[in-house]
Design a protein around this ligand. Structure first.
Ligand code: ZN
Ligand code: MN
Ligand code: MN
Length: 279
């Protein structure tokens, strides 16, 4: 099973690989830079080389590593300046990933800020397509959202519709977040309900397009539309549902990434152990 967590790049990006190895990760996710700012210092050649070398030595497979977009870009924005800046940031992140040898870049779909879903989808198709034309092999993964006000891409049908509009198709895939899906209203609490949700995902998006599973339990209830991640099995989804999701992914060879909190209850290594146990 390819499983691991989001790891810190504090100090230097190559340290992320050390952090992943320390936690016995066979998959991991990073931010390639501070996720809270617009500007990133250029990626140093030596540091990028060190990251690639450590990754090769770690035994972690190339398709089990992803980067996550920073928080500020909004690819569904109706505001011209903010939208242009967001697209530039996305293109730049694909280039950083290419330099690091990272195959997948996970992105949120943003907020239409009241302009409506159709307008938001139009922006997304335009912005994502532009990033798809970048001359590198990085695949952009669309992540489903928890359904916060004005957000785009919580409903599987909408995610599938967007994916089908993007060209070239080989540059795009999907990252499914279990906490977000549950918060939006897909019941994942039992084996049966989880299977029904994954069948719906398969029908509307296609499980073949699923490249990464963000396996998170949820602190808030079904349909709450609140994005609050929690320790595996200890949240509102619970052990049976988390187990069904972990099995679905591991059975298909899909890497599982945890974005669970670190607190007195449990740490990353503890959640990774739990994921292996439940799968
Ligand atoms: Zn995310
Ligand atoms: Mn996520
Ligand atoms: Mn989240």
């Amino acid at each position: 099973m390819k499983v691991g967590c989001h790891v810190s790049i504090s100090g230097s990006i190559d340290r992320a690989v050390d952090n992943a190895v320390d936690r016995e990760c066979t998959a991991f996710q990073i931010f390639t830079r501070n996720p809270r700012g617009w500007n990133a210092a250029p990626l140093d050649d030596g540091v990028a080389g060190a990251f690639r070398e450590k990754l090769a030595a770690s035994g972690i497979e190339e398709d089990a590593v992803c980067a996550h977009m920073p928080y500020l870009p909004n690819l569904a924005s109706p505001k011209d300046e903010g939208f242009a800046r967001s697209v530039r940031s996305l293109v730049e992140e694909t280039e950083r990933c290419a330099k690091l040898g990272i195959r997948y870049l996970v992105t949120h779909l943003g907020s239409h800020l009241g302009s409506g879903e159709e307008a938001g989808m139009g922006r997304l198709v335009e912005g994502l397509s532009e990033a798809g034309r970048a001359k590198n092999n990085v695949m952009i993964l669309l992540e489903n959202t928890a359904g916060q006000k004005n957000s785009v891409g919580s409903e599987f049908g909408q995610l599938g519709e967007l994916l089908r509009k993007l060209r070239p198709a080989k540059k795009f895939g999907v990252c499914l977040d279990t906490c977000h899906a549950f918060a939006y209203g897909y019941d994942l609490r039992t084996k049966k309900s989880a299977r029904a949700a994954f069948d719906e995902f398969d029908a509307k998006v296609g499980l073949g397009n699923l490249r990464i599973l963000h396996l998170n339990d949820a602190k808030a209830g079904l349909g709450s539309r609140l994005d609050r991640h929690y320790h595996l099995g200890l949240g509102e989804i619970g052990e049976e549902g988390i187990s069904a999701a972990a099995r679905m992914a591991s059975g298909r060879g899909i890497p599982v990434i945890l974005e669970t909190p670190i607190d007195g209850e449990r740490d990353d290594a503890g959640n990774i152990r739990k994921a292996r146990e439940l799968a």
